[in-house]
Design a protein around this ligand. Structure first.
Ligand SMILES: CC(C)(COP(=O)(O)OP(=O)(O)OC[C@H]1O[C@@H](n2cnc3c(N)ncnc32)[C@H](O)[C@@H]1OP(=O)(O)O)[C@@H](O)C(=O)NCCC(=O)NCCS
Length: 312
């Protein structure tokens, strides 16, 4: 048995295990492309456990925009043929020691809402339930095409936008994201991250970034990402003074129309299950709830292990 830090040469082995954690598997070329896009300044440590030249467990700790600054997001996958014999536990022990050794105060794990066994496994390791992120789907084929609502704003997408316009919208996203209940206790987003979400990630589409303006000033936006055959309604936000005036609804309806125009049949979205304004807005459009994900957190105590381990 050996545990080795992950590097490019292990991509194929890692992919088989990483795909166990994904709702939809990705290909090797997509995996390699994602590896290349990982921001160089973001901390990420990954290991693979080999037994008789077979990769049987994968573990990763990484900083994440969805984790507090002093927490790391953790992922562990064990080959189904090798489960139930302590491989997951020993990988977790390694990740935990590494996180503590680097001065982190906690870990975040995000698991499918319906995955009761992994949840029980994590809870037995000291994680507690922190938040439920519910997913909702809208069938764009049967959507009744609700008439566009009249909100006292103009709506435009970002097709053909220049650098100054992208920066203006990124500034609005930065402000709105900071105000979303999902982001409470999370670090503020940098302009670079906002521009990545709006424009640079391969999932972004300028025609799916829709901005609401009043007398030229942006007051709200919605962002859709391409996710296979679906559109993922990534974020919708409206400045506080403009809430409750159907701006959010108008933005979402325009995004739905833009997606339908491209033949997309399903819109997916995720909301914190306590974010009532967002949930009610989606319910009013006709989204139906499907299983989402559970976020668990664990507080780390430096007494548990103080020195980083050196995997052989
Ligand atoms: C969620 C959000 C975008 C809604 O935008 P909005 O412009 O205020 O919403 P609308 O005025 O278009 O509301 C449309 C419908 O949604 C529901 N709704 C929206 N806000 C609501 C609230 N605070 N309480 C109850 N229902 C609400 C209502 O059904 C409403 O229709 P009605 O007024 O005819 O009853 C806005 O609250 C916001 O920016 N929140 C912070 C960012 C955020 O959390 N985004 C979601 C994460 S992706």
């Amino acid at each position: 048995m050996k545990i080795v830090p992950f590097d490019k040469g292990h991509a194929e082995d890692a992919l088989c295990l990483v795909n166990l954690l994904r709702a939809a598997p990705i290909t090797l070329s997509e995996f390699i492309a994602r590896e290349a896009r990982w921001p160089v300044d973001d901390l990420r440590l990954c290991w693979l456990r080999y037994e008789d030249d077979r990769a049987v467990a994968y573990g990763q700790i990484a900083s994440s925009p969805y984790a507090p600054a002093d927490h790391l997001a953790v992922q562990i996958a064990v080959d189904p043929d090798y489960r139930g014999c302590g491989r997951g536990r020993s990988m977790f022990d390694l990740l935990e020691r590494e996180a503590i050794g680097r001065g982190f105060r906690g870990l975040v794990s995000t698991l499918p809402e319906a995955a009761s066994h992994p949840q029980a496994w994590a809870e037995a390791r000291g994680f507690h339930r922190h938040a439920l992120h519910s997913d909702s789907l809208l069938d764009l084929q049967t959507f009744d095409g609700k008439a566009e609502v009249s909100a006292e704003v103009s709506l435009t997408d970002m097709t053909g936008a220049n650098e100054m316009q992208w920066r203006e919208v990124a500034t609005l996203l930065q402000k709105l994201i900071a105000d979303a209940p999902d982001m409470r206790d999370l670090p503020p987003w940098t302009m670079a991250r906002c521009l990545t979400v709006l424009r640079e990630t391969p999932a972004a589409r300028p025609e799916w970034v829709i901005v609401a303006r009043s007398h030229g000033s942006p007051v709200g936006l919605t962002v859709g990402h391409s996710m296979g055959n679906e559109i993922y309604s990534y974020f919708t936000g409206v400045l506080p003074d403009w809430r409750g005036k159907h701006v959010g609804l108008a933005l979402k309806l325009r995004l739905i129309a833009a997606a339908r125009a491209q033949g997309i049949t399903t819109m997916r979205t995720t909301n914190l299950d306590t974010n009532m304004p967002a949930l009610r807005l989606n319910a009013s459009i006709g989204f139906r709830r499907v299983p989402g994900s559970l976020e668990l957190r664990k507080t780390l105590y430096s007494g548990a292990a103080a020195t980083p381990v050196k995997p052989q």
